[in-house]
Design a protein around this ligand. Sequence first.
Ligand SMILES: [Zn+2]
Length: 441
Amino acid sequence: MILVPLGVSSATPTAQRHLPSMALWRDGQVFLFDCGENTQMQMLKVGMKRSKIDYIFITHLDGDHYFGLPGLISTMHIQRRERDLTIVGPVGIKEYLDFQIKFSGLELTYDIHYVELEEGFEGGTVIDEDEFTVESKPMIHNKFCLGYRLQEKDKPGKVDADKAKGMGISQDEEFKALKAGDNVTLDDGTVVKSDDIVGPNRTGKSLAYITDTRPCANAVELASDSDILVYEATFGNKLKDKAEETRHSTADEAAKVAKAARAKLLVLTHFSARYTNEFLLYKEAKEVFDNTWIANELRAIYTDPKTEGGMFKPVSFKSKDDFKKGGRSSSKDRPDNKKSGGSFKKRRMRPRKGGSGSSSSSSSGGSRSSGGSSFSKRPTGKSSYYKSDSDDRRRSSSSSKSDRNDRSEKRDYDSTRGKKVDNDSKPEIKPRNNFDDYDRF
Ligand SMILES: [Zn+2]
């Protein structure tokens, strides 16, 4: 199994972190745990196909954990998906998505199968497939919240083919019988025992995904002996009161759950935006539970690095130099481009049209600076909304005084912007206090 953290922030995204989502890859299938904004773009960045998602598990209905769903569902529709998609989550998730789909006038090319769990649910198996099961239990948060555990079923042991051949086994059917646990009698009467040829059952791997909760018995039970425990560490020890008040956990509490559950690896996630460096949280957890890891966006975690290692790596699409060359990425950054062969052709760009009129570039508006053309098709009124039914009115009033003022303001802004671009200097970014907007959960 390969776990790829897609978003590790809590509540609000920051410049470095996205909203909660973890993708689990196993045997070609992708399972999403939570689906915050940007989930699908993050998947693109790591080279994970959205079409491979078969199951989405939503912990609770706080926006940061599921607002990425409508966009993702729409993308799957545009990609003409046909396979069913299963979404598991608290009651309400279907109503929310039905509204989004209806409001957008979508007639999905595929069916969504919902497994909705309602308050009062005490825990149990929510998905049972041939190769794995998913169990869910309620957590302790300020609204109904679910934890999940994906458990692979045990696989039959490996067949020692050389030993089997040495003992006279040659037919496929005989191998199958041995693998299924049956003994095989050869023509000469020799009995080949399954136990001699087939190794012990291989234990299935497991992942527990627990977030937005106080530490609780259900969390420990779900995480019991798990290979990977993803657990929230919204706060550090100093803010334990805040963790209690908002019903979250501290890094230290995450580690205590991992220890009590005898998890093999603890992966911390869901960091408050106030921690610009998660090392503090890592340190606090590590003191209690040694095998602690900080979830790094797009850095994959492997349960079997020998066979899975390197399958998902962050893909770099464009560098600054590529933009200078003409806006295309270099051939080495495009692994799927077969015909580039290392040569690079400069792209011819169509010259920009000047002027504000959409039909003619020689209208009176054409006298504005070239940098202003980017605004030429935007509404010129004060409202930032672009409603099509008011287009005509807007055009007819384009010579009014207030409108001219608006345009001259934009021209000034544009000319400044144009200058900055010409000088190839970076736009000014005023530093902000990290706590400005993020002090709420
Ligand atoms: Zn959250």
